[in-house]
Design a binder for this molecule. Structure first.
Ligand code: SF4
Length: 368
């Protein structure tokens, strides 16, 4: 049996079925699932996918929404450039493609936020196009199956992997169920040929897999040289006034772009100085437990400070942002925190601290 035939048969018998985006050939639904699944596990994606679709059931409804309306439905899923590009892409399809997703993989890949592997997956799932995918999981399967060495992020290695991905399809003369084949490769990478413990005993590719035959599963794919991760520090101020929190909507670019965040200071000292300067010498900000959040390229050490303000404080300027600052500040009701476009660590911090149902602070006395 051909490589593709083996994968298809395995997918039908043992692959994942019944996921909310499976069985649909609607490119909007497939595209949404593919973007959400980038760098993110299926179990995490499912509730986000269902909630997003219930609010934005069609590409048109997404394209006609504002970014502020979209971001709360992505908040907590991370990699927020995906959401901004998703929204931009919906507008491009509505304006330039009469609201219909293009069918050709190259045209799909020309849209914002869609790389070649995602474009091919959409073309394969929706139009049965013979286009191969090459996401991180599939790279791992091919590296092991063919014993391909080297950093998979390097162009030469990636080109080699694309070559084998194409060979499986170009060499096959029979009809290929591209949806089953594409899903099968994804499923194998995610559930059988896993990073830490590949389950070679139940793998349909085991007979021909060079890594298994040579016992080199642990050495493949070649580990990338890890640079030490820099650490940054920030102090965030939870400024509560009449059951609302002062928050700032970030500019679209960069970390947490487009999301609501707390006022930031270099350290607790700078935060305390601000509080006393703007709210009175007798007012003290209370330090809460610090915690860390890990981004792709750095670790962020977050030190929260808390103030319950009786008086309405003046809004603060945003450092480094030349746009109209005042329009970016807003008060968020405690009861609305869970549904707001907050980054996951801040949402956890705030909803963990405040009772979002009743809007009552958990255990802190009012400080002034
Ligand atoms: S035999 Fe093992 S290493 Fe090879 S593809 Fe299957 S799970 Fe991965």
């Amino acid at each position: 049996m051909s490589f593709a035939g083996t994968v298809i048969q395995w997918q039908r018998e043992r692959g994942r079925h019944g996921l909310p985006w499976q069985g649909s050939r609607d490119p909007y639904r497939v595209w949404l699932s593919e973007i959400m699944l980038q760098q993110t596990q299926v179990a995490t994606v499912i509730p986000y996918y269902v909630r997003f679709l219930s609010r934005f059931p069609t590409l048109k409804s997404l394209a006609e929404a504002s970014q502020e309306e979209v971001m709360p439905y992505w908040a907590g899923l991370g990699y927020y450039a995906r959401a901004r590009n998703l929204h931009r892409c919906a507008k491009v399809v509505l304006d330039d493609w009469h609201g219909l997703f293009p069918e050709n993989a190259n045209d799909i890949a020309s849209l914002p936020g869609i790389g070649p592997s995602t474009a091919n997956a959409i073309a394969a799932f929706c139009y049965n196009a013979r286009q191969p995918i090459l996401d991180g999981n599939v790279k791992r399967v091919f590296c092991r199956y063919y014993a391909i060495e080297g950093d998979t992020q390097k162009k030469a290695v990636e080109n080699r992997l694309w070559d084998v991905a194409w060979q499986h399809l170009e060499g096959a003369t029979d009809n290929i169920d591209m949806a089953a084949y594409t899903q099968g490769l994804m499923d194998l990478g995610a559930t059988v040929c896993t990073r830490g413990k590949p389950a070679c005993g139940v793998c349909p590719l085991a007979d021909e897999c060079v890594a298994r035959i040579e016992g080199r599963q642990a050495q493949l794919p070649t580990a990338r040289l890890r640079k030490s991760v820099p650490q940054r520090q920030v102090c965030v101020l939870i400024l509560e006034h009449e059951d609302r929190i002062l928050m700032y909507r970030r500019a679209d670019k960069g970390i947490w772009g487009g999301l609501l965040t707390l006022p930031e200071f270099a350290d607790r000292q700078a935060c305390s100085s601000y509080v006393q300067h703007s709210l009175g010498e007798s007012v003290t900000a209370m330090p809460l437990a610090a915690f860390e959040h890990v981004f792709t390229h750095f670790r962020l050490h977050i030190e929260p400070m808390l103030v319950h303000a009786k008086a309405m404080p003046a809004l603060m300027p945003a450092a480094g942002d030349s746009t109209d600052h005042t329009s970016r500040w807003q008060w968020v009701e405690l009861g609305a925190l869970a549904e707001s476009a907050l980054p996951a660590p801040l949402k956890t911090l705030l909803t963990g601290y405040f009772d979002a149902e009743t809007g009552v602070a958990s255990d802190t006395p009012r400080l002034f």
